[in-house]
Write a protein that binds this ligand. Sequence first.
Ligand SMILES: [Zn+2]
Length: 100
Amino acid sequence: MTKPIHGGVYLILGLGITVLSYYLLDKGQKMAIFFYAGIIMAAYGLIKLLIIRLTKERKPKDANARMVMPKQVPVKYCSRCGSQIRQQDQFCQFCGMKQY
Ligand SMILES: [Zn+2]
C-alpha cells in the first residue's frame, strides 16, 4: 500500500513558499505567483489535513465499539446471607432479604 503524501507536507511546503516568496517580493513582483501558489498549496494541505482528521475521528469510535468488553454485571452481596446478587436486585434471590 502506497502512503499518500501527508497533508502537513503541503501545508508546511506551501507556508514555506509563501513566506519565502513574501520576503523575495521586495526584489521583484515576479515572485507574486509563488506567493499565491504557496497560499493555495498551504490551503490544499490544510483541507487535506481536515479531511483526514474528520475521517480518522470516525475510525477510533468504531474500534472502541468493537473493543468494548461485555458489560460486567455489577454485583453486591446480600446483607443477611452474604450471597452474591445483582446490583439491581431489590430482594436477595436466596433468602428474600430486602436490599438497600
Ligand atoms: Zn440473602
